[in-house]
Design a protein around this ligand. Sequence first.
Ligand code: HEM
Length: 209
Amino acid sequence: MSAVTVSDEQATSTKAKVIQPAWVRALHWTNAFAMVLMIMSGWQIYNASPLFGFTFSSSITLGGWLGGALLWHFAAMWLLMVNGLIYLVMGLVTGRFRKKLLPITPEGVISDTKAALTGKLSHADLTKYNQVQKLLYAGVIIVGILIVLSGLAIWKPVQFQYLTALFGGYDAARYVHFFCMAAIVAFMVVHVVLALLVPKSLRAMIIGR
Ligand code: HEM
């Protein structure tokens, strides 16, 4: 009986140590890689016909010129879309989104933001996201869906004409696509800084424990 109890305990403690399951880690890092390729090649594409009064320095763009950047963008697009779809399906089917990202309440977000700004936010239990993390992760997942859909709308405006119309036409879809990029870049800056400030969370996203 004791042997059973010990092995059960061992199994539970080994299980409890896994903070980020392998599928989340693999999909997360593939997504980060694909996002960087999409953003850098996207900036080069933007430079060929800027929406605003500025362009991106060629030192931070990918592709060298419009044609090259489009090839990078359309190649990485498949990686981002397939990887993102698997993450969405897994997140829904395994109940991860419900368990880890919900509920999000305004009171919770306000109190956790205050706690974070005054250095009182606890990082003791990495298996649970605080309300600010939940909001940021749920938000970036929604923006991730929007950037892919607006991208499809400007890539194939004839084939996906209803989608393009849903965004208010080709030009409006271009703006949506740009602002989603800006939101993702802003998220990434905050996200990477926070990950570096709490290195054990980064460790968990790399080795799982
Ligand atoms: C090099 C860049 C990145 C680093 C170092 C990084 C790091 C991390 C870490 C350490 C976590 C665990 C969270 C925690 O325990 O607090 C995490 C989770 C997460 N990251 Fe990133 N990340 C990067 C890029 C990205 C990008 C580009 C996106 C999306 C645009 C993203 C979206 C997410 C999401 C949605 C989660 C929650 C995943 C889940 O629990 O299902 N990350 N990231």
